[in-house]
Design a protein around this ligand. Structure first.
Ligand SMILES: [Cu+2]
Length: 69
């Protein structure tokens, strides 16, 4: 199990949280997604390290931006 934290910009409410959770949760190998709305931090638990590009694409698909750390 690998846990990675990402920073997502643009989330403002519970709907945003569900959209991001659903898209990121649909990435193959992802077991859990925890979103902290206040800080914009998204903690992803997966079987293997994730390709940042696929996380970025999923966040993009939800309508938000992944912030480069
Ligand atoms: Cu929202």
């Amino acid at each position: 199990m690998v846990t990675t934290t990402y920073q997502v910009q643009g989330m403002t409410c519970g709907h945003c949280v569900s959209a991001v959770s659903a898209e990121v949760g649909a990435i193959p190998g992802v077991d859990d997604v925890q979103v902290d709305l206040a800080s914009g931090r998204v903690t992803v638990t997966s079987d293997n390290p994730l390709d940042t590009a696929s996380v970025r694409a999923a966040v993009d698909e939800a309508g938000y931006d992944l912030v480069e750390e």
